[in-house]
Write a protein that binds this ligand. Structure first.
Ligand code: AMP
Ligand code: ZN
Ligand code: FE
Ligand code: FE
Length: 281
């Protein structure tokens, strides 16, 4: 039995609806999936209902945009209470900034004589957590770029003329936010960011796990992070980081986390619940 614990839908920059994502998961013979849209938990209820109907396990999640010592890193939250008011009010701030950032990216493009309309981006994104991939797709749809790659290369990549930095929460705040919503905090794709030096500080702050298995982690990277997980006593997670059809063929199910790791995650959540109950007595 296997799980894919890193998936995006059209509630952020993936292309599948929650129902389409679940239909794909069924085809890939997965035992469990987690939804981890950027800075939102909006798609979780629909995905949970679709999973229930299909008879397999759903884990609610998110992928928070964070930073530690100036390095961008992503913190995955799992088993979240998706109605938690502090979580919802905090991520709403990040969503607002993401929306403002779209306006700013489009004005920069307009200054470069690229006649993209803000409305075209928002209509296409149709979600609270829009990002650069939506701008890239709008550029292609409007015939202003030939491909998504061209859009990123010419305009949207870091330090290119229409690039606008994103607001990030401190990783320590992110971990705390996830914990107070009943969730587990996991460092996403550490092999992409290569900032291993921040791991001890995150562990100190209560980091629960590390994403060892990921599409962009070749085997030696997986081994490296499995060793770090062992050394720091962190839980192990993994997922494909599927964005639907936006990056070519859908990745769902191509990274397969052995289900035993999901059992360990669930055991940690259960332990946490007992600890908090005792603390309140
Ligand atoms: P944002 O959250 O708005 O900064 O956008 C980040 C998203 O853009 C991630 O899902 C990346 O996979 C995607 N992305 C970043 N750089 C590129 C690139 N050069 N080509 C295509 N997609 C990219
Ligand atoms: Zn994404
Ligand atoms: Fe990420
Ligand atoms: Fe992701």
């Amino acid at each position: 039995m296997f799980a894919d614990l890193h998936l995006h839908t059209n509630f952020s920059d993936g292309t599948y609806s929650p129902e389409e994502l679940v239909a794909q998961a069924v085809k890939k013979d997965l035992a469990a999936i987690a939804l981890t849209d950027h800075d939102t938990v909006e798609g979780c209820d629909r995905a949970a209902r679709a999973c229930e109907a299909a008879g397999f396990e759903f884990i609610s999640g998110t992928e928070l945009t964070a930073e530690q010592n100036g390095n961008e890193l992503h913190i995955l939250g799992y088993f979240l209470d998706t109605q938690n008011s502090k979580l919802l009010s905090e991520i709403a701030k990040f969503q607002k900034v993401r929306q403002n950032r779209i306006h700013e990216m489009v004005s920069r493009l307009n200054e470069l004589d690229v006649p993209l309309e803000t409305e075209a981006v928002f209509a296409l994104a149709n979600c609270r957590s829009p990002g650069r991939p939506h701008v890239a797709r709008a550029l292609v749809n409007a015939g202003l770029c030939a491909s998504l790659d061209e859009a990123f290369e010419r305009f949207l990549k870091k330090n290119r003329p229409a690039w606008v930095p994103k607001m990030k929460m401190s990783a320590l705040t992110g971990i705390e936010l996830i914990h107070q919503a009943g969730g587990l905090a996991v460092m996403a794709h550490p092999g992409l960011n290569r900032t291993d030096e921040v791991i001890p500080e995150l562990v100190e702050a209560g980091l629960d796990g590390i994403e060892c298995f990921h599409t962009k982690h070749p085997r030696p990277t997986v081994e490296h992070y499995l060793q770090l997980a062992d050394r720091f006593n962190l839980l192990v997670t993994g997922g494909s980081d599927c964005h639907g059809l936006s990056k070519g063929k859908p990745l769902i199910g191509t990274v397969r986390l052995p289900y035993a790791h999901v059992e360990k995650l669930k055991a940690r959540v259960a332990e946490r619940k007992i600890e908090t109950t005792n603390a309140h007595e």
